[in-house]
Design a protein around this ligand. Structure first.
Ligand code: NAP
Length: 297
């Protein structure tokens, strides 16, 4: 099967590498060319100069870009996928709003193509090992999902578009809120002179053990390599509350958590791992404590 891959960022590069390793013939496109050139050198894939080129040469075209705007750019832009999508399948894995996913579905259908939502849980290392979890929205035929199965350990069919995007956003908003609240718990402890290690030991004897075990060596280690960028975490949270508001409901928690990730991003941590929101919140307290100690007469 000929597979197009649009978007070779951290995730796209890893997912496409897995497909190359599994023997798929790949046609790759990335907005900044150095990544697609590197990929084609590394994996022998054909480098394409536009999303339309990648789509026209393939049967199934994967999209893995940052956000709603990027998705619309690669679909609708001057040399976008929709120009050549008739008879082809678009597999859209970027984390986007349900509104954007549904629009992309309608536009693809109007242009004669088929659209499958396939957002993923897991990150770079899971993609490389074929251990992502893929949520599928839309009418998909098994044969079209061979490439999705090649990078996934679980493929879950959830219903019509945009239900897969809704599920993906709900899960991300939840774990990003948990991570930020761990950060504020650490800040609370340290503001009262309780060192974070002592707090972690206390949490570990409760049902929340798994949360600390997942984050203790990651969230407070500035050297931990980025798996998922802080700024993309803020994007996902803002999409979650926009999606709730779009349905006419108020979001109380997600806006506050979005602002926390945005503040961490604005402090220079935008490309750092999202888990460093814990480090950011702890250091806010540490910085203030140091200031208040040094200003003590
Ligand atoms: N990292 C993770 O662990 C993870 C896990 C699950 C889902 N996701 C989701 O997967 C998507 C990609 O994440 P990532 O971590 O790979 O991000 P990333 O490393 O920042 O890559 C973003 C990709 O989008 C492309 N892009 C951005 N704006 C564009 C535009 N206007 N037109 C065309 N291409 C554009 C970038 O091209 P350039 O190289 O030219 O900038 C790059 O290829 C996001 O929606 C993210 O939320 C990420």
């Amino acid at each position: 099967m000929k597979v197009g891959f649009i978007g070779l960022g951290s995730m796209g590069y890893s997912m496409a590498s897995r497909l190359a390793e599994k023997g798929f013939t790949l046609f790759v496109y990335n907005r900044s060319r150095e990544k697609s050139l590197k990929f084609s050198r590394e994996w022998g894939a054909e480098e394409c100069r536009s999303p339309a080129d990648a789509a026209s040469l393939s049967d199934v075209v994967h999209i893995m870009v940052s956000d709603d705007e990027a998705l619309m750019d690669v679909l609708l832009g001057g040399k976008g996928v929709l120009r050549v999508v008739r008879g082809k399948v678009v597999v859209q894995s970027s984390t986007v709003t349900p509104m954007a996913s549904y629009r992309a579905y309608l536009l693809t259908k109007e242009s004669g193509g088929r659209f499958v939502e396939a957002p993923v849980l897991g990150s770079i290392s899971e993609a490389r090992k074929g251990k992502l979890i893929s949520f599928i929205g839309g009418e998909s035929r098994d044969a079209e999902l061979m490439s999705v199965k090649a990078y996934s350990s679980k493929v879950m069919y959830v219903g019509p578009v945009p239900q897969a995007s809704v599920i993906k956003l709900a899960i991300n908003a939840m774990f990003l809120t948990i991570t930020a609240s761990l950060g504020e718990a650490v800040a609370l402890a340290e503001s009262w002179g309780v060192e974070y290690g002592k707090l972690f030991s206390a949490i570990k004897v409760s049902w929340m053990r798994g949360i600390v075990e997942r984050y203790e060596n990651r969230s407070l280690n500035p050297q931990f390599p980025t798996r998922f960028k802080m700024v993309l975490a803020a994007k996902d949270l803002s999409y979650a509350f926009r999606a709730l508001r779009y349905r006419g409901f108020t979001s109380l928690i997600f806006p506050a958590v979005t602002n926390t990730y945005l503040a961490a991003s604005a402090s220079g941590m935008d490309s750092r791992d999202y888990s460093h929101v814990v480090l950011y919140l702890r250091d806010l307290v540490r910085g203030k404590l140091i200031k208040s100690l040094s200003s003590t007469p």
